[in-house]
Design a protein around this ligand. Structure first.
Ligand SMILES: Cc1ncc(COP(=O)(O)O)c(C=O)c1O
Length: 390
């Protein structure tokens, strides 16, 4: 007999969408700090520097000049023109202004991409461990995650591994390079293998290049720039990391038809565009000289080298991450369960990290340390680790 359901209930599409452990870890950090403890915040995903002055002034100028009305919902034309130029020169992706859309951060670009491509019941191949919200974006589309261990793909080949995990219902591959949380950077040869698999199986690639400017070893290759890929790739970008603009919620997506029409529908029916003064700030950000970006990259590299040397010194085995600003050591010497390991380090060494299991089951046994902090904090972190392991 059918039971009577209350009218006051949620739509089922959110059932599988979680609130990550990151929120839980952060509230424990606030609690410790409120009790006067100094906690080294290696848990964050924030750049170590402030948004450059010129970018802030561009937003202020736009406000003073009353650029406070609706902008075209897909982005101001001068901004889209600047993005088209950047994509051609930096990413090797040749598109028109109609193939670029300005979004509220990389997150909205990704949300729109997954919603545009996946039907309920579809499968999506995700290299794993993966940035947690991506799992939720797939779930929100009522599709299923097929976790593809990056380590296996790198050891046994991308084509073989993708083929092994693929199903007849697979529609898309999520391709994030440089990766969060592992800091791995896929090579050109690896990108080519993924591309040929996508073409052979007629799959869409959702590429995610939030850390494109933070590659220390090797080069960043945009998969959409490879032959035959522009028409089957939606690429999500953000201003959050390169320009330290996390709080501005500035990003964009690049895609050809039929995807762009779908992305437009989603932007129109969610935010109806990005705040106008912020778009002026984005135009200014794109004028940042490459030498300046290289200077920040060098600062991150210095932090990476210091932290990773310290981790290995105390026995937290860690490969040198080639990109992004995260180290992902094995933390089993603290505890096999990464949630417990994170809690132990937080309470005994006052170092905040994120448990590897937060990045999917294949992240278990690891901890994520963000090195996008002041150099002094990295030195203090290494010192605290030495004391903890002494
Ligand atoms: C892989 C990845 N993509 C996107 C973001 C966030 O992008 P946005 O701030 O533009 O939404 C993060 C932030 O940590 C990230 O690690």
């Amino acid at each position: 007999m059918a039971t009577k359901q209350s009218g006051i209930r949620l739509a089922t599409r959110l059932d599988e969408v979680g609130i990550t452990d990151i929120v839980q870890v952060r509230s424990e950090i606030y609690e410790l700090r409120a009790r006067g403890k100094k906690v080294l915040g290696m848990d964050g995903g924030e750049p170590f520097f402030e948004t450059p002055e010129m970018i802030k002034y561009a937003a202020i100028k736009a406000l003073v000049e009353n650029q406070t009305h609706y902008a075209p919902p897909y982005g101001l034309m001068p901004l889209r023109e600047a993005l088209v130029e950047k994509l051609a020169s930096k990413n090797g992706i040749r598109v028109t202004t109609e193939e670029v859309i300005v979004t509220a951060g990389g997150m909205q670009a990704l949300y729109a991409a997954f919603q545009s491509v996946l039907n309920p019941g579809d499968d999506a191949l995700i290299f794993s461990p993966y940035w947690t919200p991506v799992g939720d974006l797939v779930s929100k589309a009522q599709a299923r995650l097929l976790l593809v261990p990056t380590v296996t793909a790198r050891r046994y080949g991308f084509r073989n591994t993708l083929a092994q995990f693929s199903t007849p219902k697979t529609r898309a591959i999520y391709y994030n390079t440089p990766q969060n949380p592992s800091g791995q950077v896929f090579s050109r040869a690896e990108a080519e293998e993924v591309a040929s698999f996508a073409i052979e199986r007629d799959l869409v690639v959702i590429a995610h290049e939030a850390y494109e400017d933070l590659v220390y070893d090797g080069v960043h290759v945009s998969i959409a720039s490879l032959p035959g890929m522009a028409e089957r790739t939606i690429t999500a970008y953000t201003f959050s990391k390169t320009y330290a603009m996390t709080g501005w919620r500035a990003g964009y997506a690049v895609a050809k038809e039929p995807f762009m029409s779908a992305l437009r529908k989603i932007v129109l029916t969610t935010t109806n565009g990005v705040a106008t003064p912020i778009q002026y700030a984005m135009i200014q950000a794109l004028k940042t000289p490459e030498t300046e970006i290289a200077r920040f990259r060098q600062e991150y590299r210095q932090r990476r080298d210091l932290l990773v040397a310290g981790l290995n010194e105390v026995g937290l085995e860690c490969e040198l991450p080639a990109g992004a600003y995260y180290a992902f050591p094995c933390a089993e010497i603290v505890h096999k369960n990464s949630r417990k390991a994170a809690r132990i380090l937080l309470h005994k060494a006052h170092i905040a990290t994120i448990p590897g299991s937060d990045f999917g089951s294949q992240g278990e046994g690891h901890l994520r340390f963000a090195y996008s902090v002041a150099l002094k904090d990295i030195e203090d972190c290494v010192e605290a680790l030495r004391k903890f392991f002494a």
